[in-house]
Design a protein around this ligand. Structure first.
Ligand code: GDP
Length: 426
């Protein structure tokens, strides 16, 4: 059985924590898209970890972690993470890397930086991890799959051909030094050494696992609103963040994805540029940012302060719908305990008209939030295990949002740890 864990919003919804928690019951955890440009923060018995490439299941002995073919694989980053995890006392994870996964090349990172420089003030707010140049090359068929490391002659030839094109851009568009293909080849041979023990046909491994009745989790990165097609294009990421893409990025039958757990945070945060209708500013935002998440809302990869906002029912309803949500995990609810009143965005006003459906980007830029103010519960809800024990206003907040988004909230997360979870029946 396959369960996908994905985000309803702009990312940073707490997917890492939910995956880490659900991994207890799972056999295999698969990353199927994205790269080292975003991270999950996980707090467990071993400490606090920011994972960018490794799946969130690496902390368990009983699970196998899979890097699927859909991932933008940055091999040195993966190995640094692996070393970091092991150095903090976590047993060496069982790791498999798809032979069809493509590699982030050293020049992808350079091109990402140079393009951001070129765009200057009009940039997308990229994390400069090389993700956009990587996926551009993948679909232009000039990318490199892991398996290509194992045919050195062919690799050299292709590298020369690809670098010829790159060098024209470097010289004439960016005015930067040309690439040294010998140097890159040597680096790739280092990558080969690092990755070789883990490479296999992961889709076959997963196919066999499905037949054996294993429990498989697909772990998404970012959220619906950053999806290339359905997100706030062009302020999106360069891979699909949807559960449906899990079938492709892991190489499994779509009909095997039986559960789609969509994670949505009790307030909003976003990184990078783009419309963010329920955004708040000033002291109000600073306070929520300071208190948010576990130690503040700052990017796990970049340390950048996140943009903050109230819960957005319009965006989340859309985010859940596009994911094909079967259940919602509602996270970081404990953080709102300091507020006397909590505004929630229940509609958008666009050119004088009110809508509860998430519009295209041009319309979205014009949208103004319609806020409904709910009473806060003004207490600490951490440690509570039963839904009925939550303060009445807190339950009302959850149930109001559940009604607005139209998908069942089956889990409420009230702290960063694995055990900080309240289950509700559907
Ligand atoms: P992800 O990328 O979706 O996994 O999200 P992040 O890891 O970037 O952000 C979630 C942050 O919130 C992390 O610091 C988590 O430790 C923390 N977190 C997750 N769930 C909860 C929760 O219910 N309460 C609190 N206070 N923090 C949480």
């Amino acid at each position: 059985m396959i369960k996908a864990i994905v985000g309803a919003n702009w990312g940073d919804e707490g997917k890492g924590k939910i995956t880490d928690m659900l991994a207890e019951e799972a056999d295999i955890i698969v990353r199927f898209q994205g790269g080292a440009n975003a991270g999950h923060t996980i707090v467990n018995n071993y400490g606090k970890f920011a994972l960018h490439t490794l799946p969130s299941g690496v902390f368990y002995n009983h699970t196998t972690s899979v890097i699927g073919n859909g991932v933008a694989l940055n091999i040195p980053v993966l190995f640094k993470e692996l070393q970091d995890v092991v150095s903090k006392g976590v047993p060496m994870p069982k790791l498999l890397v798809s032979d069809r996964a493509q590699m982030v090349m050293p020049y992808h990172i350079l091109f990402d930086q140079y393009e951001e420089e070129r765009l200057a003030g009009k940039s997308f707010g990229s994390t400069k991890s090389g993700i956009a140049p990587f996926y551009s090359d993948k679909y232009a068929k000039t990318g490199f799959q892991v398996q290509e490391l194992f045919d050195e002659a062919a690799l050299k030839e292709k590298l020369n051909s690809v670098c010829t094109v790159k060098n024209v851009l470097l010289e004439h568009l960016y005015h930067k030094p040309a690439l040294d293909t010998e140097e890159i080849f040597k680096e790739l041979m280092e990558y080969k050494k690092m990755v070789e023990p883990f490479v296999c046909d992961t889709s076959l491994f997963l196919w066999d696992a499905i037949k054996e009745g294993k429990q498989i989790l697909l772990e998404g990165q970012l959220g619906t609103l950053k999806d290339t097609d359905h997100g706030i294009y062009p302020m999106v990421t360069s891979s699909s963040t949807l559960a449906a893409y899990g079938a492709i990025g892991a190489g499994v039958p779509p009909y095997e994805i039986k559960e789609i757990v969509t994670v949505s945070k009790a307030y909003s945060s976003a990184v990078g540029a783009g419309a963010f209708v329920s955004e708040i500013f000033g002291e109000e935002a600073d306070e929520l940012r300071r208190r948010g998440g576990d130690g503040g809302e700052y990017g796990a990869t970049t340390g950048r302060p996140r943009r903050m906002g109230w819960y957005d029912c319009v965006a989340s309803k859309y985010g859940c719908r596009l994911q094909g949500t079967t259940q919602v995990a509602f996270t970081v609810l404990d953080v709102l305990g300091y507020l006397e009143e909590i505004p929630v965005c229940v509609g958008y006003e666009i050119d004088g008209k009110i809508t509860t459906e998430f519009p295209t980007t041009t319309q979205l830029e014009k949208a103004k939030p319609i806020l409904k103010v709910l009473p806060g519960w003004e207490s600490d809800i951490r440690g509570i295990k039963n839904y009925e024990e939550l303060p009445e206003n807190c339950r009302k907040y959850v149930e109001f949002i559940e009604k607005q988004i139209g998908f069942p909230i089956t889990m409420v997360s009230n702290g960063p740890g694995r055990e900080d979870i309240i289950y509700r029946s559907r």
